[in-house]
Design a protein around this ligand. Structure first.
Ligand code: NIG
Ligand code: FE
Length: 459
């Protein structure tokens, strides 16, 4: 590496009695700029205590229906977190004195919501599929590109060719963007390796994201995403390989998912994979009825899957079957938006009482989207959800889809994950779809993103 003689930021040289610290690649940075950057860019840096008081909240969305509505909004509110857990919520005028000397964020009249729970992503991948986006705009369909050997298989080739360290750094970067947009828990699937070493490496990358960033990661094994090219003429052979992957996958994954659809896996193959996964403690979820009505919903009901995801091609009786079986409907509105396919009937699912979650489906093909705020906007504008339904589904619904009963809600005893919005009301989420409204993100009581005013620590 060429050693720079001047700081790339302030321009001062080492000769000015200013030590240069080499930055990544060609950037050099002097010690005083490092200190300044730490102060400016990391105002949230402080010893993690999990203790926090949040005051000056115009609207506190708790998702605690005991406050009178599904969103459980408290006006002119405050919230206290002790050791990472919500300890008190209510009108600020009634804040007990014992919380007043906690480290404090004054929201100055902004709204606060629970941290987003993104319950369906394919975040571990390499490569670029922007050319497919261009092809789709010229009329090619997602399925045609997949069946012609592109689509998921093109990402598989790029992912297999990628060094695990590169896979980890690009995945951390994407998860970091999610965190900056207010996501505090994310599900991450494998599914672009489709051989034993790359699938297991992908699961390990997913797990390590949660150790590298203040974001909780729930890991899902999706070895049955599509048939890898070397097995297209030997489908039973790939199922046998999956059988070998399962005990290794179970070391880092909680769930097993299968893409049960046209161009992917049949109902019988998906049942076989999910039943074997269960023997290793991996609970079932399913990509169901995204491209067609191929039996995924019925299989999800039969197996008692935790969730059935996508659901673009379902009718009312299938929606009722999911609701009655308690299978969470995870909807991915930006995937239909980006592939220009029909949206899932989100409003119908809500109306018949299904538990609905919203997710980004972040992946390089059908939905290269990291922001749950954009998902909310598309769910409202394109899928027909109300803003209240969309916000609940992006927070509490996501938590239920991941079997996390203490997340996506701000009730005493729940996990202290929240977002201070740069707005005095939560309706701006759908209304201003191009803005990142996450001003401050709090993870288990510690501010981890954004600027905030804080009272002095008690002596
Ligand atoms: O959920 N449908 C299957 N999997 C992804 C797409 C993955 C890709 O195109 O790379 C989805 O949309
Ligand atoms: Fe998906």
């Amino acid at each position: 590496m060429v050693r720079r003689l001047r700081c790339s930021f302030c321009g001062r040289s080492e000769a000015d009695d200013n030590r240069l610290v080499a930055g990544p690649k060609w950037v050099a940075i002097c010690e005083s700029c490092v200190r300044l950057a730490a102060e400016v860019a990391l105002p949230a840096a402080r010893p993690a205590t999990g203790d926090l008081l949040v005051t000056g909240i115009s609207e506190l969305v708790t998702n605690d229906s005991r406050h009178g509505s599904r969103l459980g909004v408290i006006d002119e509110a405050a919230l206290a977190i002790r050791r990472g857990e919500v300890a008190w919520t209510g009108p600020e005028s009634r804040l007990p004195a014992r919380y007043r000397n906690l480290p404090t964020i004054d929201c100055e009249g902004r709204a606060v919501i629970p941290g987003f729970v993104d319950s369906h992503t394919h975040l571990v991948f390499a490569g670029d599929r922007s050319h497919e986006f261009a092809l789709r705009l010229q009329g090619a369909t997602y399925l045609e590109i997949l069946e012609a050997g592109g689509g998921i298989r093109s990402t598989v080739a790029a992912t297999r060719a990628s060094a695990p360290a590169d896979l980890l750094s690009s995945t951390i970067e994407r998860a970091g963007t999610m965190l900056e947009h207010g996501t505090t828990t994310v599900e991450i699937k494998s599914g672009y390796g489709l051989d034993l070493p790359t699938e297991i490496a992908s699961l390990e990358v997913a797990r390590q994201v949660g150790e590298s960033l203040p974001i909780d990661v729930v890991v899902t094994f999706l070895g049955a995403h599509v048939m890898p090219p070397e097995f297209v003429d030997d489908r039973p052979g790939y199922l046998r390989l999956i059988e070998q992957m399962l005990p290794l996958a179970a070391r880092s994954a909680t769930y097993c998912d299968v893409f049960c659809d046209y161009g992917a896996f049949s109902v019988d193959e998906a049942r076989w994979v999910l039943q074997h996964a269960r023997r290793h403690g991996l609970k079932p979820r399913l990509h169901a009825n995204q491209l067609g009505d191929t039996g995924g919903v019925e299989l999800a009901v039969e197996l008692g899957a935790v969730s059935a995801d996508h659901l673009e091609n379902i009718d009312e009786s299938q929606a009722r079957a999911l609701a009655e079986a308690g299978v969470v409907a995870v909807l991915c509105p930006t995937a239909s938006w980006s592939t220009r396919l029909a949206q899932a009937p989100g409003r119908l699912l809500w109306d018949i009482g299904a538990t609905v979650a919203l997710a980004t489906d972040c992946n390089p093909g059908s939905s290269f989207v990291a922001s749950m705020q954009l998902v909310i906007a598309v769910a409202c504008l394109d899928m027909g959800l109300t803003l209240d339904q969309a916000l609940w589904s992006a927070t509490r619904g996501g938590a239920l889809a991941l079997e996390e009963p203490r997340k996506g809600r701000l009730r005493v005893g729940d996990v202290g994950d929240l977002v201070v919005l740069d707005s005095d009301n939560y309706r701006h989420l759908g209304y201003r779809p191009d803005q990142n409204l996450a001003k401050t993100v709090v993870k288990q009581g510690d501010p981890v993103v954004g600027s905030f005013a804080r009272s002095p620590e008690p002596a």
